[in-house]
Design a protein around this ligand. Structure first.
Ligand code: FAD
Length: 301
């Protein structure tokens, strides 16, 4: 199977964009921001919140950074004026983290400041391990001045338990907990699925028992959702302290089940003209995602 995954990932740039879109359209709102607003409105009507993500990462020029900033500033304005129940998710590499850290910090602060005044929440997505430390540092720095910003912890990384302990101790644990989508070396990360799942459950316990400010339980794995459900029940965790989070188009029946049981739910809604490059890059980084594409090609719905 792994050979097939690698083959799909390598072949993707040669597959007609139209065909790739047939598969990707389920996971991506569209090319335009209005596509994302339409999807979020539909989710909101079903009692689900959103987090809006502009696709694109690793920009290389200040002009691209400013373009991205303007998109997010416009989105924050529209979210507030249209009363959409959604936050935004931002990758620091889209704001130039890899080539100009001070520009990235400055632009990120302008976005968080604007979001703060308009009552919109900003989640800083976590990228690969080369930027884990700096991403958490920037988050901590922003939290000195703004409340409506949160970070992400990846269960695959060995360091995450220490990061969670520090954030709890500092009173800054507004955390989305996910497995981590980037392929990381075994020297710093769990690589077997069972180990990552165990780490996920341990970190969730650590966050809940450590009285985290807020936990986004970002997973579609039924066992992890089940573990979280039991933990929430046992600890009597208030609904104001957590939510489940899923990606657009993924595990929709599990999502509906959780919503029907009154669980708070948020869906990650990516959009943007760079959807093809984004899909191709994700596949190159983690060819196992090709398995999802295969499954979706052969079992629609
Ligand atoms: C709201 C949200 C935000 C995220 N933010 C980040 C982030 O900031 N940084 C980061 O590194 N990772 C992020 N991720 C991705 C995450 O790290 C995992 O790679 C991803 O969620 C798959 O892990 P899982 O826990 O769902 O379990 P898995 O065992 O991987 O998946 C369980 C089942 O869900 C389905 N599934 C899962 N992912 C997909 C997919 N992409 N397409 C189709 N079907 C799928 C499959 O049916 C699979 O069998 C985020 C995930 C979510 C839900």
């Amino acid at each position: 199977m792994s050979f097939v995954h690698h083959a799909i990932a390598r072949a993707l740039p040669y597959v007609p964009k139209r065909l790739v879109w047939q598969v990707s359209r389920r996971y991506i709102a569209g090319e335009h921001i209005r596509d994302a607003y339409r999807i979020i409105q539909g989710l909101n009507q079903a009692g689900i919140k959103g987090t809006l993500d502009v696709l694109g990462e690793d920009v290389t020029t200040p002009e691209q950074v400013m373009g991205c900033r303007d998109l997010y500033l416009g989105a924050i304005r529209d979210i507030a004026s249209q009363g959409l129940q959604t936050g935004v998710s931002i990758k620091l590499s889209e704001l130039g983290l890899r080539f100009d850290e001070s520009l990235c910090r400055e632009v990120m602060e302008s976005l968080v400041a604007s979001a703060q005044t308009k009552g919109v929440f900003v989640r800083i997505d976590m990228e690969d391990s080369s930027v884990t430390q700096i991403t958490l540092d920037i988050y901590r720095d922003l939290r000195q001045r703004y409340q409506r910003v949160g970070a992400v912890i990846q269960a695959c990384l060995h360091r995450s338990s220490n990061d969670v302990a520090e954030l709890l101790q500092q009173g800054l644990a507004n955390i989305r907990l996910c497995k981590g989508i980037y392929l990381e070396p075994a020297s710093i990360a769990y690589t077997a699925a069972a180990d990552i799942n165990q780490s996920y459950n341990r970190l969730l316990e650590q966050l809940v028992e450590g009285d985290a400010e807020y936990v986004g339980i970002a997973t579609h794995h039924p066992d992890l959702v089940g573990f979280a459900f039991d933990l929430i029940d046992q600890t009597n965790l208030a609904k104001s302290r957590y939510e489940f989070q899923m990606l657009l188009g993924v595990a929709e029946s599990l999502r509906a089940e959780l919503v029907a049981r009154g669980q708070p739910m948020r869906v990650y809604v990516p959009f943007g003209e760079h959807w093809f490059a984004y899909s191709a890059r994700r596949l190159r980084e983690n060819p196992h995602l090709a398995g999802h594409i295969l499954r979706n090609l052969f079992s629609r719905g």
